[in-house]
Design a protein around this ligand. Structure first.
Ligand SMILES: [Zn+2]
Length: 415
């Protein structure tokens, strides 16, 4: 029995809950009058006034002159209309995204806006302690180079690859890195003396989209990310769904081809990941370029440019390479089938495509939508929206920062 809603509450928890409600309202609607806030939160005018006074004293909230059309019932006659808004740079978090062979460290403010970010590469064959030491040094130099006071740093959020136990901060399994039971949180906390929270990197991105991106204000969001791996993060009313073994959203290992599929790194074969990951698409593309050496794709591949190969593939489709268009349409169909299953199970209001699916959103969305509309049960496919996620390359660090913001601020604030 671990249902939080069966437990009692004490006065500090009530205050914490009220502060969360105020801050989330101010996050969603910058510049609210105290009376408007009272109405939105169902709290009394006196409670709002007292809590706002404390937040102003802490520098987390500031007064601003309200729009002239705003009705402020608390405003005594003769006093100027004022509203309050969040001071986004009052506190900061560090977001760390661990990918395959790269990690990114960023500083973000209370809106999860990235103030500074840097990417680092590492050898995927390095033992985990070596990579963790690299991450520690990168965080230390990020903090040293930043201009803000260390007291305004709330903590560190880490989005890690593969299976992560959110409660212990252990990276249970990251097959692409060959990591098993790596105690990320314990290690980073000990070395950096700062609070650390760890989750799966795609789930962290889903949190970032839900609170700070295209999923804001949407009840049920499925964020689907594709790059080396393919995964999904599911949120419902702002809460991320992790599942009983912390593995919810492993859509990349949905069985797609029951026979004749390529082997997957998970040990099975014919998984979604073997069909739509970046390397799966590049394998298909290389075949096309080999068969059509004079084609648009082969020409783009042969030109020396900084364009990553996957971008060459998308560009070839945009420039009219019919073989590439057909191949991406087919990949969109497979992704659409997996998402149809997700729609039937989870019935989300919004599906956000991230990673390579958002880089090529103009090519993927149509076949994905068509498949979902044709295949999902009843009218479920007609009601779901599919669009590109908000943050592009910043997705990982924005998500990791959002994870830290929720955990150390919006859902845990104490003043
Ligand atoms: Zn698999």
């Amino acid at each position: 029995m671990a249902q939080a809603n069966l437990q009692g509450s004490n006065i500090n928890l009530v205050k914490q809950h009220n502060l969360q409600a105020i801050l989330l309202n101010l996050l969603y609607e910058p510049g609210l009058s105290r009376s408007h806030l009272a109405k939105q939160t169902n709290l009394s005018n006196t409670t709002i006034t007292n809590l706002i006074a404390e937040l102003i004293e802490q520098g987390i909230v500031r007064e601003k002159v309200a729009n002239s059309d705003e009705q402020d019932m608390l405003r005594p006659v003769g006093r100027p209309r004022t509203s309050v808004c969040l001071e986004p740079n009052a506190r900061f978090v560090i977001g760390v995204h661990i990918g395959i062979g790269i990690f990114r460290v960023a500083i973000a403010n209370l809106r999860s806006e990235i103030i500074h970010s840097q990417v680092y590469s590492f050898d995927v064959n390095s033992p985990p302690p070596d990579v963790l030491n690299q991450i520690v040094s990168a965080i230390e130099s990020t903090i040293t180079e930043s201009s803000f006071e260390k007291q305004s740093l709330l903590g560190i959020g880490v989005g890690a690859s593969g299976l992560v136990d959110f409660t212990t901060g252990v990276n249970l399994l990251a097959p692409n890195l060959n990591w098993h039971d790596v105690p990320l949180r314990e290690y980073l906390q000990e070395k950096l003396s700062l609070p650390v929270i760890v989750d799966n990197n795609v789930r962290a991105m889903a949190i970032g989209e839900t609170y700070f991106g295209a999923g804001r204000g949407v009840d049920s969001v499925a964020f689907v990310y594709g790059r080396t791996g393919v995964g999904a993060g599911l949120t419902f009313k702002g809460q991320v769904f992790r599942g009983s073994s912390k593995g919810a959203g492993e859509i990349g290992h949905n069985a797609m081809l029951l026979q004749g599929g390529e082997p997957c790194r998970c040990g099975n074969s014919g998984c979604l990941e073997t069909l739509v990951s970046e390397s799966a698409i590049l394998r298909q593309a290389e075949n096309i370029a080999r068969i059509n050496p004079e084609g648009i794709l082969a020409t783009l591949f042969s030109q020396a440019s900084d364009n990553p190969p996957i971008e060459c593939v998308f560009d070839a489709a945009r420039q009219g390479d019919i073989q590439v268009q057909k191949m991406i349409e087919e990949r969109g169909y497979y992704l659409g089938i997996a998402l149809t299953n997700l729609v039937n199970l989870f019935n989300p209001e919004l599906i956000l495509l991230g990673g390579i699916f958002s880089r090529g959103d103009d090519l993927f969305i149509k076949p994905v939508m068509q498949t979902i509309q044709q295949r999902a049960f009843g009218g479920l496919g007609k009601n779901v929206r599919v669009q590109a996620a908000s943050f592009g390359w910043k997705s990982g660090v924005t998500g990791a920062a959002a994870l830290a913001l929720l955990h150390f601020f919006y859902q845990q604030i104490e003043i």
